[in-house]
Ligand binder design. Structure first.
Ligand code: OGA
Ligand code: NI
Length: 337
């Protein structure tokens, strides 16, 4: 069988040419420093206005933050990571039943980012699932490992709750009513990318995921606790965000940047790979419903600058996003007024 995915059980001794980035576009790992002061926000803090203020500062200064005491149970998190590893350890034939390089498929195993369009590949396999409403999508999810559907469903429900809570806090942090952002986003879609980065023979020459911003509204990332790999761009420098036990990494997606009229930034981030160890991450994406009209909240356009971006529907945005390379210019630039 032609091994289309990296997680085929083959251990690569050299990096195939199609993964090698041109010299000008390599991770330059020796220049990356650790992000010492990633905001860690305690959602269990009883002083709501303090939490709102911390979120505001984190979104303005970083565009991402971590949350602890987030309400997602340890059991759900551990279960999720276990079935994720279980899935990628399945025999190749079993996994390949779900393989597709068509981004419109609602359940699929794929590799890199957009294999049919891109010129250089990324050292990543991923299982991408639509997750809401669950009853619509769970039947097409993997039935191996056997507890997959149940464990991932439970995880999705808990993460969605956390996402709503964060959107309420973010809404308030922009001076809006608690429900304003949720109202614009409507009945939100929820997608998941279970990312698997196998050990890579030449981590200096390639990426797991090159620098990108997330096209959705809000991303809730569960990082491998053992192996670091997430980096974010801050003030022109790439910084490593090392895993924090019991935390999720939250990042503002392009839609919240648009709704906040550019006040909050959808940050550039990337995943680098590791020579010795495999790495797993589970990204949950909350997305506006397809026909949601993304238009900045009125009070945020009254400071004299007007609306930074033109109004668009999420469906229009998403189509544009997948028609490009992941590391091209910020997709929102195409919607600037
Ligand atoms: C993503 C992403 C980062 C990581 O899936 O969009 O940015 O650490 N993942 O895997
Ligand atoms: Ni991302």
């Amino acid at each position: 069988m032609d091994a289309k995915v990296l997680s085929s059980g083959v251990r690569y001794s050299d990096l195939p040419e199609s993964y090698v980035r041109p010299e000008s576009d390599r991770p330059r790992l020796s220049e990356v420093s650790e992000c010492e002061n990633v905001p860690v926000i305690d959602l269990g803090c009883p002083d709501r206005s303090h939490v709102v203020q911390q979120i505001s500062l984190a979104c303005i200064n970083y565009g991402f933050f971590q949350v602890i005491n987030h309400g997602v149970s340890k059991e759900a998190v551990e279960g999720m990571l276990e079935v994720a590893h279980g899935f990628f350890r399945l025999p190749l034939e079993e996994k390949m039943k779900l393989y597709s390089d068509d981004p419109s498929k609602t359940t699929r195993l794929s590799t890199s980012f957009n294999v049919k369009k891109e010129s250089v590949h990324n050292w990543r396999d991923y299982l991408r699932l639509h997750c809401h409403p669950l009853h619509k999508y769970v039947p097409e999810w993997p039935s191996n490992p056997p507890p997959f559907k149940e464990i991932v469903s439970d995880y999705c429900v808990e993460v969605r709750e956390l996402g709503y809570r964060l959107q309420e806090l973010i809404s308030e942090s922009l001076g809006l009513e608690k429900d304003d952002i949720k109202k614009v986003l409507g009945e939100q879609g929820q997608h998941m990318a279970v990312n698997y980065y196998p050990p890579c023979p030449k981590p200096e020459l390639t990426y797991g995921l090159p620098g990108h911003t997330d096209p959705n509204a809000l991303t809730i990332l569960l990082q491998d606790l053992q192996v670091a790999g997430l980096q974010v761009l801050k003030d022109g420098k790439w910084l490593a965000v090392n895993p924090h036990p019991d935390a999720f990494v939250i990042n503002i997606g392009d839609q919240l940047q648009a709704l906040s009229n550019g006040r909050y930034k959808s940050v550039w981030h990337r995943a680098i790979v590791n020579a010795d160890k495999e790495r797993m991450s589970v990204a949950s994406f909350l997305c506006p419903y397809d026909h949601a009209l993304i238009s900045p909240a009125k009070p945020l356009t009254l400071d004299g600058c007007g609306a930074v971006y033109r109004d668009f529907t999420y469906a229009e945005y998403y189509g544009k996003f997948w028609s490009r390379n992941l590391d091209q210019q910020h997709c929102l630039e195409l919607f600037k007024n």
